[in-house]
Design a protein around this ligand. Structure first.
Ligand SMILES: *Cc1c(COP(=O)(O)O)cnc(C)c1O
Length: 461
């Protein structure tokens, strides 16, 4: 008779509706992969069994969100749903002025246009694809000021999202604070593997930037997941609620860009939040040209309702425990099979170290792109590359060669079960057993911007 050695926890929700999935054969998947140029972004979703491409806009909404949908006010100007979303953001995040945008990059576009002058520098705790591109298009140079630990997939440091204040200080000394309109601080750094920044680091950064008159703009896409890690790992926060930690994080920054498609548990939407009236006024004017009137900014009233409910749900301790708990479950399972993953395990997915997985491939043979293709071929599990293809080219045309060459297994929120996680881990283990036979890829088509979305590849012979 088995003795109880642990007490399990489970999701704080149950299913009310299900979506049927298509199961494919290996020959079908090989055909689909060839047609997609070995780029998982180009696969028809219908041919995917478990879709871990992204956690962006793939969330399952709650019954409360769906019923809020029906109360959406679709008035062109001054919609009730706008005021509800605005109040929720003010109450829970603490920012003063809010402009809805169609998604996160809409807010990045407005902010970059308003705050950046040609020749400026924008430091950040690692880059994000669209964020950096908008900064560059506005004439700035991005400078990575994240701590070195973030670039090492095996370093166990608990806050690999921290800013290295010395790196920032070196930049300030080199170019002068007047050339730095703001520092972009991401909570749970996506490109580092969903790694958190600590409140201690953020407080130190606030002190430093105040002294030099530099604003902090918060890329708050995954702020609640970051807050969960602070609660779990940072001294003094074990008994603080996630919603209070989130409020404290936001209070240390001057404004934010938000993709509600992540933390906020919806399928589309975002916003720009800012405490400075002048920036708000300019953004309120510009948003009309690029997104829509400042009280809907490219999203429907019903989406603003769902965001308002989703923000509150995302700040529940039970939700984050299940959310990040599922990611940790998948990661632990892969570790049991000896698969090299980025540690500590991050908040929104497992990042497999493709350089360690396929050490016989050079970075120009696209190890992460190759591994993503092989996993799909094995089981129909879709993942994405976060390595040299995603990093793209510098403004002078040279390739960036990032240290990290990762395959991202991103978990949509509230969508898949523990059994799905078992299938995923076993598939990666199967590919791992046969890894020495895997050949790399050659890029045969490269788009000019954000090439990872549409690039095409061929298998090397
Ligand atoms: C997704 C994301 C964005 C951009 O948001 P979209 O809604 O996809 O436009 C910006 N920053 C980070 C860290 C993200 O993960």
């Amino acid at each position: 008779m088995a003795k109880i050695t642990k007490r399990s926890w489970a999701e704080p929700y149950r299913m009310k509706m299900v979506e049927l999935l298509k199961v494919t054969t290996r020959p079908q998947r090989l055909k689909a992969l060839k047609e997609a140029g070995f780029n998982t972004f180009l696969l028809p979703a219908e041919d995917v069994y478990i879709d871990l491409l992204t956690d962006s806009g793939t969330n399952a909404m709650s019954d409360q969100q769906w019923s809020a949908f029906m109360t959406g006010d679709e008035a062109y100007a001054g919609s009730k749903s706008y005021y509800r979303m605005e109040k929720t953001i003010q109450d829970y995040y603490g920012y003063k002025y809010i402009i809805p945008t169609h998604q996160g990059r809409g807010a990045e576009h407005l902010l970059s246009k308003i705050m950046i002058k040609k020749g400026d520098y924008v430091p950040g705790n690692m880059y994000f694809t669209t964020t950096r591109l908008h900064q560059e298009l506005a004439g700035a140079k991005f400078v990575d000021v994240i701590i070195d630990e973030a670039h090492d997939p095996n370093n166990p440091f608990p806050f690999k999202g921290n800013v290295d204040i010395n790196k920032l200080d070196a930049l300030v000394k080199k170019v002068g604070a007047s050339k730095i309109p703001y520092i972009c601080v991401a909570t749970n750094v996506n490109m580092a593997g969903g790694q958190p920044i600590s409140l201690a680091n953020l407080k130190e950064l606030r002190k430093y930037t105040k002294k030099h008159g530099i604003k902090i703009i918060h890329d708050m896409t995954r702020v609640a997941e970051n807050a969960y890690f602070i609660q779990q790992r940072e001294k003094g926060y074990q008994n603080t609620k996630i919603k209070d930690i989130v409020k404290e994080i936001c209070s240390l920054t001057d404004g934010a860009t938000m993709s509600a498609k992540k933390d906020a548990l919806v399928n589309i939407g975002g916003f720009l939040a800012i405490n400075d009236w002048d920036i708000y006024e300019e953004a309120r004017n510009l948003v009309v040209a690029y997104e829509g009137l400042h009280t809907y900014g490219g999203i429907a009233g019903r989406d603003m309702e769902a965001i308002a409910v989703g923000i509150v749900e995302s700040l529940s301790d039970a939700h984050q425990k299940a959310r990040v708990g599922q990611v940790e479950y998948l990661g632990a399972k892969m570790q049991e099979y000896g698969i090299p993953i980025v540690t500590p395990i991050g908040g929104h997915g497992i990042f497999v170290d493709a350089k360690a997985f396929l050490p016989h491939l050079t970075q120009d043979q696209f190890p992460a792109q190759t591994l993503a293709a092989e996993v799909y071929l094995d089981s129909g599990v879709r993942t994405m590359e976060r390595g040299i293809v995603s990093a793209g080219r510098k403004p002078n045309g040279d390739n960036y060669y990032p240290n990290l060459e990762l395959v991202r297994f991103t978990l949509p929120r509230r969508v898949y079960t523990q059994a799905h996680m078992d299938v995923v881990a076993e598939s990666v283990a199967m590919v791992y057993e046969n890894r020495t036979k895997i050949k790399g890829l050659k890029m045969i088509y490269e788009p000019k911007y954000l090439r990872f979305f549409q690039a095409r590849f061929e298998q090397l012979k």
